[in-house]
Design a protein around this ligand. Structure first.
Ligand SMILES: [Cu+2]
Length: 161
């Protein structure tokens, strides 16, 4: 790998010095390349982030029981084109989604989730899909879920004021 070093009497030092400095320049050139690459990387990253559509977030209620439900619900939502994230809260029976509003809508995501067997705030799961769920996942159809609009009302249900 080393470039051949010519062995000339009394000149060894110079040649070696030249070799070292050429290595150093190479190193500097490589550093420049690395820095340039980083700058390009950062620029491309920033540009694409700016070009990216604004992420829309939505929250809606989804019924379900367990971790298996969570998997199915989130998978169904994420399968919708434009959805970037979906998190279902087992306790609150609530779904949080992030999506590109140019590609999809909260309603379309609710439809997809319902089609997988789970009732959402606005969509009821088809009987067939519900029946196809694992026994432990067949949630109570009257199960309370956190709804985006009726949160206060629900919280105040049971006590009069
Ligand atoms: Cu389940």
């Amino acid at each position: 790998m080393n470039p051949p070093i010519k062995k000339l009497p009394n000149c060894g030092k110079y040649i070696f010095g030249g070799y070292m400095s050429s290595k150093l320049t190479k190193y500097n050139r490589n550093m420049k390349k690395v820095i340039l690459a980083l700058v390009i990387f950062a620029t491309v990253g920033i540009t694409s982030a700016m070009a990216q559509e604004k992420v829309t977030m939505a929250t809606f209620g989804v019924r379900g029981n367990c971790g298996m439900c969570k998997g199915t619900i989130e998978k169904a939502a994420k399968a919708v084109d434009g959805v970037t994230n979906a998190i279902w809260d087992k306790t609150a029976k609530k779904m949080e989604v992030s999506f590109d509003a140019k590609k999809t809508s909260a309603m379309a995501i609710q439809k997809a989730v319902a089609a997988s067997g789970y009732d959402t705030e606005k969509m009821t799961a088809p009987e067939k899909a519900y029946d196809g769920l694992h026994g432990c996942c067949q949630y109570d159809k009257d199960q309370k879920m956190t709804t985006s609009e009726k949160k206060m009302e629900d919280a105040h249900k049971g006590h009069n004021h």
